[in-house]
Design a binder for this molecule. Structure first.
Ligand SMILES: [Zn+2]
Length: 185
């Protein structure tokens, strides 16, 4: 049998198989390191929001390991009560994918989403949600409501919580503390 014959072809096929499995894992984003890295970008966005005087929450939308969008709360600047970080990255994701269904995407956000954003993720068919800190007042994943629980809505989103939790909580705490100080002076 010549070199690179049947055995070679089989080897190459197996190689491609492994590459596909590896790509599948990457696209599932189940890797903690990758989650922490993308949360780092969401944190940068949260800090940008704080500098602009917006409630400091940042979000990133990812598909197949590639970032489709990054943004932060802009409700004040845009004079738009719906301009939460999550809504802005979903909108941009729809533009990039040219589809209102954002199938296979992972949304990273520094704080637990509110009911509006959780519902928007269901409408967009987001595959996974990774969030930083819990939001006791309005959190719609587990703190106040449980909108993403099986049976509540018609699409299941895999949830990962408390990724880089301390940093995500700290940016919010620092923002509200400084706002209270300003209000007192
Ligand atoms: Zn929201």
């Amino acid at each position: 049998m010549p070199k690179g014959g049947f055995a070679g072809r089989r080897l190459r096929r197996n190689g491609a198989g492994w590459a596909r499995i590896l790509a599948l894992f990457t696209s599932m984003g189940s890797n903690r390191e990758q989650d922490e890295a993308f949360m780092g970008i969401a944190l940068e966005e949260a800090h940008a929001a704080a500098r602009e005087g917006e409630v400091p929450v940042g979000a990133v939308l990812v598909k197949d390991g590639l970032m489709l969008a990054r943004d932060h709360n802009r409700s004040i600047a845009l004079k738009d009560p719906t301009a939460h970080a999550e809504i802005l990255v979903l909108r941009k994701g729809g533009e990039v994918l040219r589809n209102y269904r954002l199938v296979g995407t992972v949304l990273y956000v520094t704080a637990e989403p509110c009911p509006m954003c959780a519902a928007a993720m269901v409408h967009g068919r987001v595959a996974r949600l990774v969030f930083g800190t819990l939001e006791p007042k309005l959190g719609a994943v587990e703190s106040r409501f449980r909108l993403l629980d099986q049976g509540v809505m018609n699409h299941r989103i895999v949830v990962e919580k408390e990724v880089r939790e301390e940093e995500c909580a700290e940016v919010l705490k620092a923002f509200f503390a400084s706002r209270r100080r300003k209000e007192r002076t």
